[in-house]
Ligand binder design. Structure first.
Ligand code: HAM
Length: 470
């Protein structure tokens, strides 16, 4: 069907789905710079990159993050992935313990037996677009027996995550995280401090403004439940004064009440018992040592007893970093220790700590404070006229690009005036002018667009000159 034959009302203009967006040049140059800096900085701390699947079994996240969390209870993109019947049938037919049972059966009987077996299997497996990557890293640690290699294992990842949240500035349904996890070995407080030092070094390198680090300890399996009960008992006493969300959380997850931003709940929360006063001796010592290690590294922090984080797997150290220019969604990084998680997922007892940076928010903050200047336009715009010049222009473009310059070569001839206008619009630094004269003499004209200065260069000299201007 030709385009004209499509009725106007049948045409649909597609738009990116709510909460998702396109990242376009020149902004993507900033994303690349940020990611390149992460590769470099994390590399200097001995971390290696891990690339993980975008979707995983729903149960992996449900178990790790916790059923009562916002992420699992209402924000995950989950769908049933139909099991491939042929694949499953082939699997059944090749299982040695089954094969013996097929002896003496004719083809039809065998087909019936497999069919019966297939009917006992679920029709589909539930899968989820990953809302975060810590659970996946732990799954991979177990799957690849990483506990058998040298410990600890230090991994980082960069990529999209998915949460069905209400979109607003700094909050998207597809967003990007830069995260790192350190698994295995000890839970020495120096590990907690070094992980935090690494994020702070990364932010410093990017010149992120208004960075504030909050730290806390939320205790362990021994002391936290006792504190949670105490907190719950106190919350029950003031239940009538709390909002609906907090009232519900008294039952499901009392710690999350401390997260509340509701104005009228603030004076009530201020009077609640604080976890620091209820940590066991080991947790108290661990927390004190983490703070000492941070001081040793010159990392400035502020203690925040209300920092509990929204995911269930945390214990002991938790931290969050905020930055300038982000409004209400100002957490640019969150992390903490999760010593029981690998075990919960069926692996050996393993220590773990890590963080994830919200890359979208990091970029927003850099842009708001003027630190996000995008890469400039082309280095060289080639203005050419005439068939002879065209061949020279193609050759010049090739050698300049090989030398690492970004070059714009117009595909069709244009008058020099128009070409220079184009060069300006693209933000080119130089225009290389190639006409009959230049080709005949072998002396090319280079114009510096900011100053209007012009000079004549041979091909060799031109490359040398541009190298010095890089
Ligand atoms: P999280 O606090 O859920 O932690 O997310 C970390 C960061 O991701 C947040 O501080 C925020 O910057 C960014 N973020 C979260 N949701 C959104 C959204 N909808 N739109 C834009 N940015 C968002 C975790 O994900 C843990 N896995 C971190 C961790 C790693 N803990 C230990 N290891």
């Amino acid at each position: 069907m030709s385009e004209g034959a499509v009725k106007k009302e049948e045409r649909r203009r597609f738009q990116a789905i709510k909460g998702t967006r396109d990242l376009l040049p020149p902004e993507t140059a900033l994303w690349n710079r940020v990611e390149q800096t992460a590769h470099e900085v994390f590399g200097t701390f001995g971390y290696g990159e891990i690339r993980l699947p975008i979707f995983e079994p729903t149960d992996l996240f449900a178990r790790s993050i916790g059923l009562d969390t916002d992420v699992v209870s209402k924000e995950m993109y989950s769908f049933p992935d139909p099991l491939d019947r042929y694949e499953r049938a082939a699997q059944i037919l090749s299982t040695p313990s089954k094969i013996a049972g097929y002896f003496g059966m004719d083809q039809q009987q065998r087909a019936n037996a497999v069919q019966k077996e297939l009917e006992t299997l679920p029709a589909a497996e539930w899968v989820t677009l990953r809302p975060e990557a810590t659970a996946s890293v732990c799954r991979a640690y177990i799957e690849h027996n990483m506990q058998q290699g040298p410990q600890p294992v230090k991994l980082y990842y960069i990529g999209p995550m998915f949460r069905r949240e209400r979109p607003q500035k700094g909050r998207y349904r597809q967003f990007y995280q830069i995260g790192a996890e350190i698994l295995g070995g000890t839970d020495a407080p120096a590990i907690d401090a070094e992980v935090i030092e690494m994020v702070m070094t990364f932010f410093e390198r990017l010149e992120l403004q208004g960075v504030q680090l909050d730290v806390n300890s939320i205790g362990c399996r021994e002391c936290r439940p006792k504190y949670v009960e105490k907190l719950r008992a106190e919350l029950v006493k003031v239940k009538d004064k709390l909002g609906a969300d907090s009232q519900r959380r008294i039952e499901t997850n009392p710690l999350r009440v401390l997260d509340s931003k509701l104005e009228h709940e603030q004076p009530i929360i201020e009077k609640l018992p604080r976890i620091a006063d209820h940590l066991c001796e080991d947790c108290k010592a661990h927390y004190a040592a983490v703070k000492k290690e941070l001081q040793l590294r010159g990392v400035e922090y502020q203690e925040n007893w209300r920092l509990v984080r929204g995911l269930d797997y945390y214990m002991r150290t938790t931290f969050e970093i905020t930055a300038k220019g982000l409004g209400s969604q100002n957490a640019v990084c969150g992390g903490g220790r999760y010593d029981g998680l690998v075990e919960l997922l069926g692996g050996p007892p393993t220590k773990g700590i890590g963080f994830a940076i919200g890359e979208d928010r990091l970029i927003l903050s850099l842009q708001e404070s003027g630190k996000g200047a995008a890469a400039q336009g082309r280095d060289v715009y080639i203005a050419w006229m005439g068939e002879n010049a065209r061949a020279t222009a193609v050759r010049a473009a090739k050698s300049l690009r090989n030398a690492g310059f970004s070059v714009e070569l117009p595909p069709v001839e244009q008058k020099f005036g128009k070409a220079l206008g184009q060069a300006d619009k693209l933000g080119a630094r130089f225009a290389l002018i190639l006409g009959d004269n230049e080709v005949a003499s072998g002396e090319w004209t280079l114009k510096t667009l900011a100053t209007g200065e012009q000079g004549k260069f041979t091909e060799m000299k031109l490359l040398e000159f541009l190298q010095t201007e890089k």
